[in-house]
Design a protein around this ligand. Structure first.
Ligand code: NAD
Ligand code: UDP
Ligand code: UDP
Length: 309
C-alpha cells in the first residue's frame, strides 16, 4: 500500500483522483485550502480510514511522510484564478517549490498538473509538446499561464539539479461531475444555464475552439503517467483531441438538456485563446493511452450530475 499526497484534492480533478487512488488500494492524504474546492466533493471519502484530509495552503511548507505526490493545487477557472491573481502565482510557484522540496527530502516522485495554457493563444495547431507557446506575460491570464510555466521550469530544474523523478502533465480542458456550479468554466456554465432555462452566455462569436476531455479518461492518463518509467518526465499533453467551437458546444448542451434557453453573445475576455487542440501522439505512444468517452456521452453524465445536486 502506497501513501499518496494529492494537493488540491478537494477540487474537481483532485476529488476524482483521490477516489480512484483509494479504489486501487492506496492510502490518500488530501491537502486543500478550500479556495475553489469543497468538502462536498470528498464527503463520501471522509469515513474511509485510508483517507486523510489536511486543510493547508501549499504556499506554506508542509512536512509529512508520503510515497508519491500529485500536485494539483491551483484554481483552474479563469474567473477564480483572476479573482486573486497574486495568490494564483504564489500557489503555482511557492506551491511547486514546497512540494518539490518535500519530494526532494523524501526522494519520491512528483507529478505536476500543468496546463494547455502554457501554450497561451497558440499559433501552432494542434499543439505538440515541443511548441513553446504564445503567452502575454502581463495580461489578466498571466498569473495562471506564467505561474504554471514557472512551475514547469522548477520541475525541470529540480530534475536536472537534484535528480528528482518528475512527471509534468499538460492538461487540456476537462469536464465532468464535481465541477462547482459556479466554477465559471464553459461546460459547467452552459449546463447550469440550460437546466435553469436561462440564457446561454457565449463570449465572443462562439467560433473559438476547445477540445473537451471527460474526467475519467483524464484520471486514467494521469495515473498511467505517474506509474510510467522514470525516464518519462514529460511534458506530456493529455486531453481529448476532438475539437469543437463554443457555439457547437452550446447547441449540444441545449439539445441534450431539452432546454428552452436562448443563446446570448457577450464580449470576449482579453487574451482568450482562439483555438486549442492537443496533439496526444506522445501519450498514445508512451502510455498506450487514448480517451474513449466522446462529448455527447460525457455531457450526458455531467448533466445527470448537475441535475442531482
Ligand atoms: P479546481 O479549482 O476544481 O481545484 C483546485 C483545487 O486546489 C481546489 O480544491 C482548491 O481549493 C485547491 N487550491 C487552490 N489553491 C490552493 C492552495 N494555495 N493550497 C491548497 N489548495 C489550493 O480545479 P481543477 O479543474 O480540479 O484543476 C486541478 C488542477 O489541474 C489545477 O492545477 C489546474 O491548473 C489543472 N488543470 C485543470 C484543467 C481542467 O480542465 N480541469 C486543465 C488544465 C489544468
Ligand atoms: N519543504 C517542505 N517540506 C519538506 C521539505 C521542504 O515544505 O519536507 C519546503 C521548504 O519550505 C523549502 C522548499 O520546500 O523552502 C524547498 O526545499 P529545498 O530543499 O529545495 O530548498 P531549501 O530548503 O534549500 O530552500
Ligand atoms: N466561455 C463562454 N461562456 C462561458 C464561459 C466560457 O463562451 O460562460 C468561453 C471562453 O471565453 C473560452 C471558452 O469558452 O473561449 C473556454 O472557457 P473556459 O473558461 O472553460 O476555459 P479556458 O478559456 O481556460 O479554456
Amino acid at each position: 500500500m502506497k501513501k499518496i499526497l494529492v494537493t488540491g484534492g478537494a477540487g474537481f480533478l483532485g476529488s476524482h483522483l483521490c477516489e480512484r487512488l483509494l479504489k486501487q488500494g492506496n492510502e490518500v492524504i488530501c491537502v486543500d485550502n478550500f479556495y475553489t474546492g469543497g468538502k462536498s466533493n470528498i464527503l463520501h471519502l471522509l469515513s474511509n480510514p485510508y483517507f486523510e484530509l489536511i486543510r493547508h495552503d501549499v504556499t506554506f511548507p508542509l512536512y509529512i511522510e508520503v510515497d508519491e505526490i500529485y500536485n494539483l493545487a491551483c484554481p483552474a477557472s479563469p474567473v477564480h484564478y483572476q479573482n486573486d491573481p497574486v495568490q494564483t502565482t504564489k500557489t503555482s510557484v511557492h506551491g511547486a517549490i514546497n512540494m518539490l522540496g518535500l519530494a526532494k527530502r523524501l526522494k519520491i516522485k512528483i507529478l505536476q498538473a500543468s496546463t494547455s495554457e502554457v501554450y497561451g493563444d497558440p499559433v501552432v495547431h494542434p499543439q505538440k509538446e515541443d511548441y513553446w507557446g504564445n503567452v502575454n506575460p502581463i495580461g489578466p491570464r498571466a498569473c495562471y499561464d506564467e505561474g504554471k510555466r514557472a512551475a514547469e521550469t522548477l520541475f525541470f530544474d529540480y530534475y536536472r539539479q537534484h535528480q528528482l523523478e518528475i512527471k509534468v502533465m499538460r492538461i487540456f480542458n476537462t469536464y465532468g461531475p464535481n465541477m462547482h456550479p459556479n466554477d465559471g468554466r464553459v461546460v459547467s456554465n452552459f449546463i447550469v444555464q440550460a437546466l435553469n432555462n436561462t440564457d446561454i452566455t457565449i463570449y465572443g462569436n462562439g467560433e473559438q475552439t476547445r477540445s473537451f476531455c471527460y474526467v475519467d479518461d483524464l484520471i486514467d492518463g494521469m495515473i498511467a503517467f505517474m506509474n510510467s518509467p522514470k525516464e518519462i518526465t514529460g511534458p506530456m499533453n493529455m486531453g481529448n483531441p476532438t475539437e469543437f467551437t463554443i457555439l457547437e458546444l452550446a447547441k449540444a448542451v441545449i439539445k441534450l438538456t431539452n432546454s428552452q434557453s436562448k443563446i446570448r453573445f457577450e464580449p470576449l475576455p482579453q487574451d482568450d485563446p482562439m483555438q486549442r487542440k492537443p496533439d496526444i501522439s506522445f501519450a498514445k505512444k508512451t502510455l498506450n493511452w487514448n480517451p474513449t468517452i466522446q462529448l455527447e456521452e460525457g455531457l450526458l453524465k455531467t448533466i445527470h450530475y448537475f441535475k442531482s445536486i
